[in-house]
Design a protein around this ligand. Sequence first.
Ligand code: TXA
Ligand code: MG
Length: 336
Amino acid sequence: MTQLVHVDPNAPESSAIARAAAVLEQEGLVAFPTETVYGLGALALNPRAVARIYVAKGRPPTNPIIVHVADTEAAIDLVTVWPDTAAKLAKTFWPGPLTIVLPKRPEVPEIVTAGGETVGIRVPAHPVALRLLQVLGKPIAAPSANRSNQISPTSAEHVMAGLEGRIDMVLDGGLTKVGLESTVVELNGSQVRVLRPGMITAEQISAVLGTAVEQVDLKSDRPLASPGLHEKHYAPRARLECCDDSGLNRVRELRAQNVAVGWMPLAEEVQIPRSVMTDSKVETVPMPRYPAEYAELLYSILHAMDEAGVAHIVLQLPPRGAKWTAIHDRLARASF
Ligand code: TXA
Ligand code: MG
């Protein structure tokens, strides 16, 4: 049984937070909202509790889990070094959607880091997540609260759809704001590498540090630094096809074959023809033209397309540019 507990996202009730903390203390699993997506939490320093995350998600044991902490001091407690670069990034971006990867202390169990020597840490910018971390007083290991290979949840309903009956509790704090997972940045001596792009861009990180930042090329065939990154991740059930144009012609082709279609053109890019508008087998959602709004909505709409039972999604690619990098990354993974 999964308990669904409502919580005010801006002023979380102490009773709800206390209940969630108690479940975690008993080595249970609690899904909770962060500013990016919902996380599936367990006591980070307790290998038995963390093992349950892998089981609930069906997650491969080679994919390390991000550790969430209440503040920078708690982050420093988990690592063997705290370089100047980390201090600058934490000061600028925490609480917020940036995960910093550094060498781990022995107290961080290998199951959290998938056997690796480094740990990814972040301070989330969401009142519910922060309050839970403060009340618990311990770090929380939390991947996104979805079954492995599915898209991340941006609402408690998405979490329940994937994990009901497999986890102990969901704190329902409504929709998440950023909508895409955090930027993952690895600090290795003077080398700074973005392992997973997010809404905090490599350019922003570079500006704060005053040094070059390498963006790991996901298409290169070098061994991957972030093991989870090469898997088919974040994919909806429907087949996602990205187009350089509005996609209208492709939608018409698919409809001629009687395929149920989801269509995601950019707003104001194309006049939606009446024949498409009145076709009950086409779900049309015009997408925002600004990256923050686009990111906030993307997963919700992909989830809704699956709910609606479309077999094929035709999406118009948004513009290129630094602020769109994370969105193009997720679209590429979802359209494998
Ligand atoms: O926004 C987020 O990051 C969300 C919320 C819940 O915080 N979490 C999230 O976790 O997206 P997950 O497990 O779905 O994705 C974590 C990514 C994976 O690609 C993993 O390989 C990488 O971060 N990662 C975690 N620890 C790492 C480490 N020590 N070294 C390299 N990559 C790491
Ligand atoms: Mg994930």
